[in-house]
Design a protein around this ligand. Structure first.
Ligand code: FES
Ligand SMILES: [Fe+2]
Length: 354
């Protein structure tokens, strides 16, 4: 990490991030099997569907560096598009070189493989596994009372941390979302009270301004909110529980996946404990409306990365942002100091350490 960087993006390599949806992977089959290209933290990846889930590889053939994502996946074997070398998807070992049928196969002919799993119909990748991190929890995915609908993922030109901050920023509601999340007449915000939970989660409650309507009720109409509970899971996840005044509940779940230090792709679900058979569209459209109000402003923030504290001015109501930044910074420092051990230790003791 350079002296001037507030956060070291290498830190996030120890965590799981979604790189595509399962549906995107399955529909990537263009006669070559389900294989596609993705980028995580600047690393080009080839993602392939296999018989027991999915596999992720550096998107580079060890022979002459062609992209494996342009090749084939069949019977759990990935074949390079250039000279047809074939690699096992479970360990990346080359098992056949068509130009040299009798071998020998060089020992270094092995595609670089990363941890890859499917959860919540998303394909997750972890570039470094030494910190033993977990795929973040989705609190209502398995709860039969809730119906979860995946919204279309979207890419913004900003760092994943800026995107997370925007999602958990309260004081922008009256200006950016005066008719949905906020009320243009109610601009004052208290310092939120933040609780720390195990596994590096930050939690706070916000009671929306009067008139704020940001969830569709069982009739499909936008309905007033009683309160909202935010839970941030480090580094880039957030769950927002919305309680409607009529007792119904919605849960928004989001992970901002870092494509690189200036771009992220948000994967998200809207979940509701009512009206499972009703139309999903009002719930997804409401989020679209809110996102469209945010995007130009968030993409205008320069630099895209979280800057050094001396380069921006903060006040009391920015407490969530300040706390979140402090956590990311401490995590980043722990990784710089003690690599995987530092990350593992920070995650297990964050509650005491902040
Ligand atoms: S570049 Fe992949 S087989 Fe030659
Ligand atoms: Fe917003």
């Amino acid at each position: 990490m350079s002296e001037d960087s507030f956060l070291d993006d290498g830190t996030w390599e120890y965590f799981w991030h979604p790189v595509c949806t399962l549906d995107e992977l399955e529909s990537a089959d263009r006669g070559r099997g389900p294989i596609l290209e993705a980028t995580l933290l600047g690393r080009p990846l080839a993602i392939a569907k296999t018989s027991d889930g999915a596999a992720a590889f550096e998107n580079r053939c060890p022979h002459r560096s062609a992209k494996l994502s342009l090749g084939w996946i069949k019977d759990d074997i990935i074949q390079c598009p250039y000279h047809g070398w074939r690699y096992r998807s479970d360990d990346g070992v080359c098992i056949e070189i068509p130009a040299l049928p009798d071998g020998p196969i060089p020992q270094r002919a092995r595609a670089t493989r990363y941890d890859c799993r499917i959860a919540y119909d998303l394909v997750w990748v972890r570039l470094k596994n030494e910190a033993d991190t977990q795929i973040p929890a989705h609190p209502v995915w398995d709860d039969p009372a809730f119906k979860c609908v995946m919204g279309p993922p979207y890419s913004w030109k900003t760092h994943a941390a800026r995107r997370l901050e925007n999602f958990t920023d309260l004081a922008h509601f009256p200006f950016v979302h005066p008719e949905t999340l906020g009320n243009a007449q109610e601009t004052a915000f208290e310092k939120p009270v933040i609780d720390f939970e195990p596994e590096a989660r930050l939690r706070f409650r916000y009671v929306p301004a009067s008139g704020a309507r940001s969830a569709a009720d069982s009739t499909g109409r936008m309905s007033p909110l009683a309160y909202t509970d935010y839970t941030i899971t480090l580094p880039f996840g957030v769950t927002l529980e919305l309680a409607l005044q009529n007792g119904e509940r919605s849960v928004l779940w989001l992970w901002a996946s870092p494509i690189d230090s200036k771009h992220c792709r948000s994967f998200w679900f809207t979940c509701r404990n009512r009206d499972h058979d009703g139309p999903d569209a009002p719930h997804v459209e409401m989020q679209h409306r809110i996102l469209n109000e945010d995007i130009d402003i968030v993409e205008s923030q320069q630099p895209e990365e979280i800057p050094h504290p001396r380069d921006e001015v903060a006040i009391g109501p920015d407490k969530v942002s300040l706390t979140y930044r402090k956590c990311l910074h401490s995590l980043s420092k722990a990784a710089e100091r003690d690599a995987a051990d530092g990350v593992a230790q920070y995650i297990s003791t964050a509650r005491k350490g902040i």
